[in-house]
Every structure is written in structure tokens, then in C-alpha cells.
Design a protein around this ligand. Structure first.
Ligand code: NAP
Length: 268
């Protein structure tokens, strides 16, 4: 299969390494290319790209812009309003959101059952909509989205969050409390090269039973070092979203042991 990742600037993407590891382990000759398109030629270039690839991943800033070019959307892509994977079903182009699947599988990895419990998401960037949708679908009791400037959060995001019962608050609303269950870092704080810092205090992190940091470099951020309950890093989510995309393109399940090997190799 001819596959690729579509975005504006893709210099340091780890996606080709993850997908090539999978092709090697499955003994298949698929290819995975990085496809950079500037914003001003996106509308003109996209139709030709869509017809010349068997499957595409999509990243910043095109996750919403690709939607009008597709014939249909999976349920999670439609509710989130963003597509990170494009595949073909009976000759038609379909959009999916495997960031959602990657996050859902990360929750399972740490035995996180958020139903009826308090979940806190730090940040409201590209990744957090899929996270909020997943927490809503998993019936979290409370979803708090934390911003440095809650009053400046854009109206579109505000309405998305409100429709899912999420509350947008400042960092000063966070307290060490018994009801704290899941903490998710969806900000770049702690990411390479500015490692050794956390968006919240060690005491606050330690008060959560489950902690997910979606940062994948370094493998163990300061936030994860402070965690006392079960925790997962973002490499697991990144590999899982890639595996979920491959499962859509290949129309078959990837054996669990292959996925585990890829996660291990990517965190070494
Ligand atoms: P982003 O758009 O760059 O930022 C997300 C939010 O973080 C912003 O809305 C901002 O909210 C807050 N923020 C930014 N800089 C901050 C700072 N210095 N201090 C405190 N808060 C800050 O992020 P993104 O694209 O969603 O990505 C966030 C992180 O997730 C990155 O490290 C990225 O590599 C990682 N990521 C991982 C995966 C995965 O599969 N593992 C997928 C996507 C992204 P406020 O200004 O409102 O506070």
C-alpha cells in the first residue's frame, strides 16, 4: 500500500519510523511518506493526493480542512469535527479519528475506568478535543479543562466542551482532593528540550489515581515522575493511533504482541 502523513511542516515526525517497524514485522512492502503541503496550495493539491494514496494520516493544520473532500466520516471523526486518518471503503473516501482510539487504548492500558469520576485535562489544543470526546463517551462524572487564560478560550472550543458537560477553568481551581481520579496533560509543558518541569505541582499530580501525559519525548516527563497511581506516556498513544490507522487501511487486526514490541522499541 502507498501511505503517508499529510501536514504543513513534518520535519521531526516519528510516524514513518512507527509505520516502517510495522511493515517490517508483518513482512509487507507498504511505504509511508511524509507529504508537506503549504497552506496556499492545499485546496489545489489535495484531490490529486487523495487519489494517488491508498491511505493518509493528517496532521496540523489540516485535520479540519480535509473534511469537505471526503465522502463520509466515522462517528468519532464526525463528533470531534477532525480527521487524522483517511481510508477507502467501497471506493469512497472516509475520514476517521484515531487520536480518539489511541487515547481510549491508553486509558485501558492503565485500567482507567473514568465512569462517574473526576477527570482533569490540562490544555485545549489540537489533541484535547479527541480526549474530551473520549472522556464524555466513557461517561466521566466531571470533565475539567484547565487553561492559563480560561476567559480567552475560543467560542468554538467552548461550545464543543459545554456540549460534553466539560467546564473550562484556570489552574487556581485545581486542589488536592480525594475525588481526583484522572489527570491528563495535553499541554507541551515538560516536552524536550524544556524537560524537568511540570504544568502542576507534585502534590497535585500525586493526588490522582491515574495520570496520562500525552507528551512522547521524553518517555518519562516530570509529571509522570510525580505520579503515584498508574500512569502512561504519550508514546503509547502515538503508537496506538498509528496501529488503529493501519487496522483501518489493512482491514485486519494487528497482533497484540507486535504492537507491544513496537511500543517497547519506540520507548528505548
Ligand atoms: P498546543 O496546541 O501546542 O497546546 C495545547 C495547550 O497547552 C494550549 O491550548 C495552551 O493552553 C497550553 N499551553 C501551551 N503552552 C503552555 C505553557 N508554556 N504553559 C502552560 N500551558 C501551555 O498542543 P497540542 O498540539 O494539542 O499538543 C500538546 C502536546 O501533546 C505536545 O507535546 C504534542 O507533542 C503532544 N501530542 C501528543 C500526541 C500523542 O499521540 N501522544 C498527539 C497530539 C499531541 P492555554 O494557553 O489555555 O493554557
Amino acid at each position: 500500500m502507498k501511505l503517508g502523513l499529510l501536514g504543513e511542516v513534518l520535519g521531526h515526525s516519528l510516524s514513518p519510523v512507527i509505520h516502517e517497524k510495522l511493515f517490517q514485522k508483518l513482512g509487507i512492502s507498504s511505504t509511508y511518506e511524509l507529504i508537506e503541503i503549504p497552506k496556499d496550495t492545499f485546496q489545489k493539491d489535495l484531490p490529486a493526493l487523495l487519489s494517488s494514496y491508498d491511505g493518509l494520516n493528517v496532521t496540523i493544520p489540516y485535520k479540519v480542512d480535509v473534511i469537505p473532500f471526503l465522502d463520509g466520516l466515522s462517528q468519532e471523526a464526525r463528533t470531534i469535527g477532525a480527521v487524522n486518518t483517511i481510508g477507502r471503503k467501497e471506493g469512497k473516501l472516509w475520514g476517521f479519528n484515531t487520536d480518539y482510539t489511541g487515547f481510549a487504548r491508553t486509558l485501558s492500558r492503565i485500567d482507567c475506568d473514568v465512569k462517574g469520576k473526576r477527570a482533569v485535562v490540562l490544555g485545549h489544543g489540537g489533541a484535547s478535543r479527541a480526549i474530551i470526546q473520549c472522556l464524555f463517551d466513557e461517561k466521566a462524572g466531571e470533565i475539567h479543562v484547565i487553561s492559563r487564560h480560561p476567559e480567552k478560550v475560543d467560542r468554538d472550543f467552548l461550545s464543543f466542551a459545554r456540549q460534553r458537560g466539560a467546564i473550562i477553568e484556570g489552574y487556581d481551581s485545581l486542589k488536592v482532593e480525594q475525588d481526583n481520579y484522572l489527570l491528563v496533560n495535553a499541554t507541551p509543558v515538560g516536552m524536550y528540550p524544556k524537560t524537568g518541569v511540570s504544568p502542576v505541582s507534585s502534590e497535585l499530580t500525586a493526588s490522582f489515581a491515574k495520570v496520562v501525559d500525552i507528551i512522547y519525548n521524553p518517555a518519562e516527563t516530570k509529571l509522570l515522575q510525580d505520579a503515584r497511581g498508574s500512569a502512561s506516556n504519550g508514546m503509547y498513544m502515538l503508537v496506538m493511533q498509528a496501529m488503529a490507522a493501519e487496522e483501518i487501511w489493512m482491514e485486519r487486526e494487528i497482533p497484540r504482541e507486535i504492537i507491544t514490541d513496537i511500543v517497547e522499541e519506540m520507548t528505548q
